[in-house]
Design a protein around this ligand. Structure first.
Ligand code: IPE
Ligand code: IPE
Ligand code: MG
Ligand code: MG
Ligand code: MG
Length: 319
C-alpha cells in the first residue's frame, strides 16, 4: 500500500503526461493552463487510495482518477464565472486570463473528457458510470442552491449542510466509491467509504468557508473575502445572522459598498459573535461522524491508519 503522498505524485505524473495537444488550440490550451497552475489533487488521490485499500491495482484506476480531476476542474472553471472570482491557485481564473466564452466551452469539453475517461476505466462500466453520473448531477444541484441562497433570506444550517454536501462533499465521496468499485470492494464497504467521504467532505467545505475569511491569501491562492462580498450563505454567515442585531442584515442588503469596508465590518461582527470558533466546532463534529463510519468499515488496522491521516489533508489545512 502506497502513502497518500506517493499516490498524489503518481497521479501528478500521469496527469502531466496527458496534457492536451489537439486542435483547436484555443479550446484545449486553456485547460492545460488551468490544470497546470496547481491544485491539491485530492479527489484523484482519494480514488487511488480507495482502490488500494481493497488491493486493486492503481494502474487500472488512473483513468478514473483523471476523470474526477477533470470533472473537478470543469466545476471550478464555471464556478469562478458564477462567483466572479479573479484568482485561483495563485493565478488568474480562466475567464480572467482568456474570456467568458473560453471558460464556458473549454470547461464544457473538460466535462466531456471526464466522461470519456470513465469509459476507458477498467472494471464494471455500468456501476462506475452510474456513480459518476449521479455525482456530477448532484454537484450541479448543489451549485444551483449555492447561487440561489445568495439572495434567499432565511437559509437554515440544515439547508446549508445539504447544499455543501451536494456541491462539494459528494465528489470526494464519489471518488472514494469509484476507487472502491475498481478495487472490487463489497457493496457494503463501498457504501461505508462513501458515507465516510461525505462527512469528511462536509468538514472539508466548512474549512473552505473558514479559509475564505481567515486564510492567508498567498497560501490559499484565491481572493480572500469573496464569500462575504457575494453574500454567500456560508456556515459563518448563517450563524452570525442568527445572532445579528441588525447591523449584519444592513451590510447584506447594501447594493453599493466599498468592498474592503464591507469585508472588515462583517469580519468584526464575526469576531463579536465568535463565529470562527463555532465553525471550527462544527467542522470537528463532521470529522467525528466520519471517524465513527471508519470504525464500521471492514479493513485491516494498518489500512485504517492511512485513512486516519486523510483528515490532515482534507480538513486541517491552510490552503
Ligand atoms: C476547491 O477545491 C473547490 C471546493 C470544492 C471547495 P480544492 O480545494 O480541492 O481545489 P484545488 O483543486 O486544490 O485547487
Ligand atoms: C465550489 O465551492 C464548489 C464547486 C466548484 C462545485 P466554492 O465556490 O466555495 O469553491 P471555491 O472557494 O471557489 O474554490
Ligand atoms: Mg461557488
Ligand atoms: Mg467559488
Ligand atoms: Mg469557497
Amino acid at each position: 500500500m502506497h502513502s497518500i503522498e506517493e499516490l498524489r505524485e503518481t497521479f501528478a505524473k500521469y496527469l502531466n503526461d496527458q496534457s492536451f495537444t489537439q486542435e483547436p488550440k484555443n479550446l484545449y490550451e486553456p485547460n492545460n493552463y488551468f490544470l497546470q497552475i496547481g491544485g491539491k489533487r485530492l479527489r484523484p488521490t482519494l480514488l487511488l487510495l480507495s482502490t488500494e485499500l481493497f488491493d486493486g491495482k492503481i494502474e487500472e484506476a488512473l483513468p478514473a482518477a483523471l476523470a474526477v480531476e477533470y470533472f473537478h476542474n470543469f466545476t471550478l472553471i464555471h464556478d469562478d464565472v458564477m462567483d466572479k472570482a479573479p484568482s485561483r491557485r495563485g493565478y488568474k481564473t480562466m475567464h480572467e486570463k482568456y474570456n467568458l466564452n473560453t471558460a464556458i466551452l473549454s470547461g464544457d469539453v473538460l466535462l466531456v473528457k471526464a466522461f470519456e475517461c470513465i469509459g476507458k476505466t477498467h472494471g464494471d462500466f455500468r456501476k462506475l458510470f452510474a456513480v459518476f453520473t449521479k455525482t456530477a448531477i448532484e454537484v450541479c444541484e448543489g451549485q444551483q442552491y449555492d447561487i440561489e441562497f445568495e439572495t434567499t433570506e432565511n437559509v437554515t444550517q440544515e439547508e446549508y449542510i445539504e447544499m455543501i454536501r451536494l456541491k462539494s462533499a459528494v465528489l470526494l465521496a464519489g471518488s472514494m466509491k469509484i476507487g472502491a468499485i475498481i478495487g472490487d470492494a463489497s457493496e457494503e464497504n463501498a457504501n461505508l467509504l462513501y458515507a465516510y467521504g461525505e462527512n469528511l467532505g462536509i468538514a472539508f467545505q466548512i474549512q473552505d468557508d473558514i479559509l475564505d475569511c481567515y486564510g492567508d491569501e498567498s497560501l490559499v491562492g484565491k481572493l480572500p473575502g469573496g464569500d462575504i462580498i457575494q453574500n454567500k450563505k456560508t456556515l459563518l454567515l448563517i450563524e452570525a445572522l442568527n445572532k445579528d442585531d441588525g447591523q449584519l442584515k444592513e451590510w447584506i442588503s447594501k447594493k453599493e459598498f466599498d468592498q474592503k469596508e464591507k469585508l472588515q465590518a462583517v469580519l468584526n461582527i464575526y469576531d463579536q459573535y465568535h463565529i470562527k470558533e463555532y465553525a471550527l466546532e462544527q467542522r470537528s463534529a463532521y470529522v467525528q461522524k466520519s471517524e465513527q463510519l471508519l470504525n464500521q468499515i471492514n479493513l485491516p488496522g494498518n489500512k485504517k491508519t492511512i485513512l486516519k491521516d486523510l483528515v490532515n489533508y482534507l480538513v486541517i489545512r491552510d490552503f
